[in-house]
Design a protein around this ligand. Structure first.
Ligand code: NI
Length: 180
């Protein structure tokens, strides 16, 4: 197991489209496990391979509510595909490990059905609602080079990108100081 480095916006690699996984092999399972470990460590409730610089269609999610003593419920999926979305919409305040410390309301279908391959290369169908539905759509977006801030107004998006660039510049300056 290994922790992977999470890319942050506006890294151009986050805008790329990930390629389908041909078969879920031991190598892909290892990536899934490393991604899950990285996500729990961050901590976050979802992570797409694009966010760790791997351009393969893989996502991991765990929306179990730890505070309410829910047991872990990891979801590992290759080639996740939205096959159905509800007309009914739902607005949720989203955040993202690649857009650290910024949160905005995003409106998406409130329920969805996703098809994909599990860690054993078996086809699975997930019918989701609530946070899981939002999270699945958010992570699949990542595989197509989309961030949640691409769903909000250009004005708000530009403000966030500008602040992120400033935060990253400060981080770089700080690490330079430590390198003395
Ligand atoms: Ni995200």
């Amino acid at each position: 197991m290994a922790l992977l480095k999470i890319l942050t916006a506006p890294d151009p690699r986050l805008k790329e489209k990930a390629l389908p996984v041909v078969e879920v092999t031991a190598e892909i399972r290892q990536i899934m496990d490393d991604m899950l470990e990285t996500m729990y460590d961050a901590p976050g409730v979802g992570l797409a391979a694009t966010q760790v610089g791997i351009l393969k269609r893989i996502i991991v999610i765990d929306v179990a509510d730890e505070k309410n003593d829910e047991p872990p419920a990891p979801v590992k999926l290759a080639n996740p595909e939205l096959i159905e979305t509800s007309k009914e919409l739902h607005t949720f305040e989203e955040g993202c490990l690649s857009v650290p410390s910024y949160y905005e309301d995003v409106t998406r279908p409130s329920t969805c059905t996703v098809k994909g391959l599990d860690e054993n290369n078996k086809e699975v169908i997930i019918k989701a609602e609530g946070l899981l539905a939002t999270c699945l759509q958010h992570e699949i977006d990542h595989l197509d080079g989309m961030l949640f801030i691409d769903h909000i107004s250009r004005l708000k998006r530009n403000v966030i990108i500008r602040k992120l660039k400033k935060d990253q510049k400060l981080d770089r300056e700080r690490s330079h100081n430590h390198a003395l």
